[in-house]
Design a protein around this ligand. Structure first.
Ligand code: SAM
Ligand code: SF4
Length: 316
């Protein structure tokens, strides 16, 4: 289905939980999040119904996200059922990787085709600081397991944090030379309720200054600008929600773990599918497509995202 600006909506990001075993400073409030009542959150059946409605209006790709999707006890069942929904061609998952080692092969067997692992640093102390207590070794074990599990593609996502990981851009990008992975750098988005001192905003062009040998590649239809280092097995991607909006190519809808349908990451809550019948849900998906804005506003520290939620409550 096309939105009012002619964009074909083919991609759903489904958040399966707001909870997480980490508390990244730029994503979560320092006190973490309160566990909400069961009744307020989508059930597994409602999540699958949402994917079915999305497929009926033309969605072909689903990304499972969170919070941390791997803290969800029924994650394998959700993925397995999502992969079987008629019309869905690809189920992908985004994780911090720390719980992935024992789950990588079962997720692949459940039908997950691609996996993204968030890792902003390769320094264990810094990792613990950024994630407020996480262990880098756990995330690296997750990456290792993902590389052995036979996914179509493994990507590493790093948020650019000025004064924190700008000295590691070259070493993070070098993962593409060491492993068959893509490494994507993402500009920091100011979200409500998160720490102001997580790191300063760095535009993606900083990455290019640090990678003089990177050669631009043809776009693959995604939102990242792509580059390749000499002898690399994967690409370096730049995702620039602040310095270069990619709204004109945005093909996504989002569903939060409590059932809010977000036509744009930065849109305030508008439509809720919790407790809906299948017909009502389908109608709300259509309304969400028509409510998709042409683009989001400028994101600055003074005027942060209008989403009104921290990122763990949206799904990234
Ligand atoms: N827990 C999983 C993870 O960390 O990959 C999935 C959920 S997390 C909200 C999804 C993505 O959003 C991660 O890659 C994370 O780095 C990114 N993210 C979170 N807060 C962000 C922010 N303020 N600006 C840019 N990206 C952010
Ligand atoms: Fe958790 Fe992912 Fe947010 Fe970090 S970015 S706090 S791992 S949800």
């Amino acid at each position: 289905m096309k939105d009012l600006y002619g964009r074909e909506i083919t991609y759903l990001r489904l958040s399966v939980t707001e909870l997480c075993n980490l508390r990244c400073a730029y994503c979560m409030p320092s006190g973490g999040v309160c566990k909400r009542a069961h009744e307020e959150m989508l059930t597994e059946d409602e999540m699958i119904a949402a994917i079915e409605c999305a497929a009926e209006i033309g969605v072909r790709k689903v990304r499972i996200t969170g919070g941390e999707p791997l803290v969800k006890k029924n994650i394998l069942s959700i993925c397995e059922r999502a992969a079987k929904v008629s019309g869905i061609e690809e189920v992908c998952l985004t994780t911090n990787g720390t719980l992935l080692a024992p789950l990588a092969a079962p997720l692949r067997a459940a039908g997950v085709r691609r996996i993204n692992i968030s890792m902003d640093t390769l320094d264990a102390e810094k990792y613990a600081r950024i994630t407020r207590g996480g262990r880098l070794d756990d995330a690296l074990a997750g990456l290792d397991a993902a590389l052995s599990a036979g996914f179509d593609r493994v990507k590493v996502n790093a948020v650019l944090l000025g004064g924190v990981n700008d000295d590691e851009i070259a070493s993070l990008a070098a993962l593409t030379q060491k492993y068959p992975v893509d490494v994507r750098f993402i500009e920091l988005m100011p979200m409500s309720g998160t720490a102001k001192d997580a790191g300063s905003y760095l535009p993606c062009d900083t990455v290019l200054q640090k990678l003089p040998d990177a050669v631009e590649q043809e776009n693959d239809g995604g939102v990242a600008r792509l580059y390749r280092l000499p002898n690399a097995q994967g690409c370096v991607g730049l995702i620039s929600p602040r310095s270069a909006h990619f709204c004109a190519w945005c093909n996504r809808l989002r569903v939060t773990a409590d059932g809010h349908l977000k036509p744009c990451l930065h849109a305030p809550d508008l439509l809720c599918i919790k407790g809906c019948t299948k017909e009502e849900m389908r109608e709300r998906f259509e309304r969400a497509v028509f409510a998709k804005p042409r683009c989001h506003g400028e994101l600055t520290e003074e005027v942060p995202s209008e989403a009104g939620r921290s990122m763990n409550r949206i799904g990234g």
